[in-house]
Write a protein that binds this ligand. Structure first.
Ligand code: PMV
Length: 328
């Protein structure tokens, strides 16, 4: 048994945007993906979480953004804490206090930063001293994409075969440094089909799923080459294609579903129009209607200007590469 101090441990983790998407679990319980993925950790959206284990608590207490949580959200945190307790050999309940720092109504709060911060804070509060690889493996158990938010900059999640070798690591060779991301808030409501359900339906019903597994692997090889050789055009082209290939799985599932709304399509068209005019930019979209535009510094003012005109300034946020998880 570990001796617990009752002091809270706090950690901060940033969210990340996948450029080669993770979409589909081979193992639902351990969250082992069918494919490897690659992301960029971002510098502005983050989660701060503190955890304290306390023998005198009768059950886990979870507060998110100032409100006590119950139901499904509580269960998810509780299940994750149970994994931590098993690893540490403790049985105390915990108090978790979590704050998401995202621009008002950005609709970009993410389970990636949430579970990366929770993994770091909870493991340390439980007396575990994990390497960053083991922290990544642990964060993966909360939410797949969280394993990438342990690290800053460009991060690869190698799919692995089981719990021991499915984890993320930062890319060592990164020739490509000039990258900006413009986050467009098309909608701030939570998505109607969770990524968990969306992935499951895609894996089990889309006839294109086996093709995705091959294509995503090739996309990953190509994008890593583009990053090493500082080829922004290739980098952006592959990111955009890979995102559309992921969304093709939702369109080809049964029953089919779609994360885009009409404003998503308008934003995608504007990216294409700007590109046609020689202002180089690309889009990527996760499991929701919001769009992220990838560009380089020189073109940023014009692109921000065009989207501010379309959506208003509150719905356009510019981001850069951000750091990995930190203790506070
Ligand atoms: O980690 P989850 O379960 O929130 O799934 C993330 C899925 C995508 O954001 C669409 C892709 C990715 O790789 O982050």
């Amino acid at each position: 048994m570990t001796t617990l101090s009752n002091d809270p441990v706090s950690a901060l983790a940033h969210t990340n945007i996948a450029l080669i998407k993770y979409w589909g679990k081979k193992d639902e319980r351990l969250i082992i993906p069918y494919t490897s993925s690659l992301s960029l950790t971002l510098d502005q959206f983050y989660t701060e979480t503190s955890v304290r284990f306390d023998q005198s608590l009768s059950a886990d207490k979870v507060e998110i953004d100032g409100a006590a949580v119950s139901g499904k959200s509580w269960q998810r945190v509780h299940d994750f804490l149970t994994v931590v307790r098993q690893l540490a050999g403790i049985n105390a309940a915990a108090e978790v206090i979590s704050l998401n720092h995202v621009p008002i109504a950005a609709g970009l709060a993410s389970s990636a930063s949430a579970f990366a911060a929770l993994a770091a804070a909870a493991s340390k509060a439980a007396g575990l001293q994990l390497t960053s690889t083991d922290l990544s493996r642990l964060a993966r158990r909360g939410s797949g994409s969280a394993c990438r938010s342990i690290f800053g900059g460009f991060v690869e999640w190698q799919r692995g075969h089981d719990d021991t070798d499915s984890y993320a690591f930062p890319l060592q060779q990164t020739g490509l440094k000039d990258i900006s991301v413009i986050a467009l808030t098309v909608e701030s409501k939570p998505k109607s089909i969770s990524s968990r359900e969306g992935m499951n339906r895609s894996v089990t019903t889309s006839p294109y799923y086996p093709t995705w597994v091959n294509v995503a692997q090739n996309d990953l090889v190509d994008i890593k080459l583009a990053i090493v050789t500082n080829d922004f055009t290739k980098f952006g082209t592959i990111s955009e294609l890979n995102a559309m290939r992921m969304h093709a799985l939702t369109l080809s599932a049964a029953p089919d579903f779609m994360y885009f709304n009409s404003e998503t399509l308008t934003a995608m068209n504007l990216v294409k129009r700007l590109r046609h005019q020689g202002i180089e930019c690309y889009y990527t979209i996760d499991a929701g209607p919001n769009v992220k535009v990838i560009c380089q510094q020189a073109n940023k003012p014009q692109i921000v200007g065009a989207f501010t005109k379309l959506l208003g300034p509150k719905r356009v946020t510019t981001l850069q590469a951000g750091p990995g998880v930190q203790y506070l």
